[in-house]
Design a protein around this ligand. Structure first.
Ligand code: SF4
Length: 327
């Protein structure tokens, strides 16, 4: 079955004074209808740039360098996102494609009531006042908030409630795809868990597809169906959450999973070193300066993302029989 969102050869970068550097490099990824796909990696790995490129919201000095993005809706309509005009994009956003940017719970207008802010967007998309009110109430209920909250000002709400309002606004048009960037980062663990449960319920009730951008493998483990592990602008490993957590293949995935705090006084194995700057990506495998399993080809040759088993792709020479045999 064709993917809801097909990402092909997507590269996006930063324009400097003398050159453009790639932040996201030739990403190929299929987001399947109805799934929650986690995109995980350390700060600076390119995951937020990937999200904003998908939304066509890159701002200078960010630049889109190449690629294709195809959105296929259930009703058969297909959109080539990189070819749409600004007005076509405005029509598509919220209605079919919704975005929850990082830190958005602080983006509510402090002088306007929540209801006015939620309904304004719906009115702009042609809904009547009655329909906009009804949709706003329904959306709030999806995140376990009462309708009376429509009369509140943002400062009267806790951080968790503000984040829920943002989620409710993002799903109020019942979009096919929701791109959420670091949705729960600033929240305590209890609120984080509740919001992730609500997100899963939204997927189930609305049949939405969710691309969840996060630095936190624990978040992915709680809610995602599949995970794409990103490192230095590339997909390092892609697979089901169960498959990757039970047996991570890529040394970077192993390091990320080893970094998750566990109970029972178990030692947390951190990743050595830091993620590289896009202006200074290492040659060959970009992970090689930090990789405990690096071997001779790793400094020179960039590994390709290759299928390893059902629903598993890894970009690592250890799993490329030809490269490993020549080493
Ligand atoms: Fe490590 Fe080499 Fe695999 Fe890169 S290709 S992750 S450096 S073993």
């Amino acid at each position: 079955m064709p993917a809801l969102l097909e990402i092909r050869g997507l590269s996006a970068g930063l324009r400097g004074r003398r050159a453009v550097t790639e932040v996201v490099s030739h990403v190929d990824l299929d987001v399947q209808a109805g799934e929650i796909l986690g995109v995980v990696g350390e700060s600076g790995c390119g995951k937020s740039t990937l999200a904003t490129a998908i939304m066509r919201l890159l701002v200078p000095p960010q630049v889109l360098q190449s690629g294709a993005l195809t959105l296929r809706l259930n009703d058969g309509k297909t959109f080539e996102l990189l070819k749409l005009s600004e007005s076509e994009l405005r029509e598509l956003r919220w209605r079919h494609l919704s975005y929850i940017p990082q830190g958005s719970m602080n983006s509510l207008n402090p002088v306007l009531r929540v209801g006015r802010q939620m309904m304004d967007t719906l009115l702009q998309h042609g809904l009547s006042s009655d329909e906009a009110y009804k949709r706003s109430v329904e959306a709030l209920e999806l995140v376990n908030l009462e309708r009376k909250l429509l009369d509140s000002y943002p400062h009267e709400l806790s951080g968790g409630m503000r984040q829920r309002v943002i989620i409710a606004a993002a799903v109020s048009m019942r979009p096919a795809l929701i791109v959420a960037d670091e949705l729960t980062t600033a929240l305590d663990v209890v609120t984080q868990r509740q919001i992730l449960q609500e997100l899963a319920a939204i997927r189930d009730e609305l049949g939405a597809t969710i691309l969840l951008i996060t630095h936190d493998m624990g978040v992915v483990a709680q809610v995602a169906d599949r995970v794409a592990v990103m490192y230095a602008g590339k997909i390092a490993e892609l697979g089901t959450v169960n498959g990757i957590f039970e047996a991570p293949l890529h040394p970077y995935s192993q390091g990320l999973i080893g970094s998750i705090p566990r109970g029972g006084g178990q030692r947390v194995e951190g990743l050595p070193g830091e993620a590289p700057s896009p202006w200074n990506y290492p040659s060959g495998c970009r992970f090689h300066p930090r990789c405990p399993q690096a071997f001779s080809p790793c400094q020179e040759q960039a590994p390709a993302l290759l299928p390893q088993a059902a629903e598993r792709w890894t970009a690592c020479h250890l799993y490329d029989a030809e490269v490993a045999a020549d080493a």
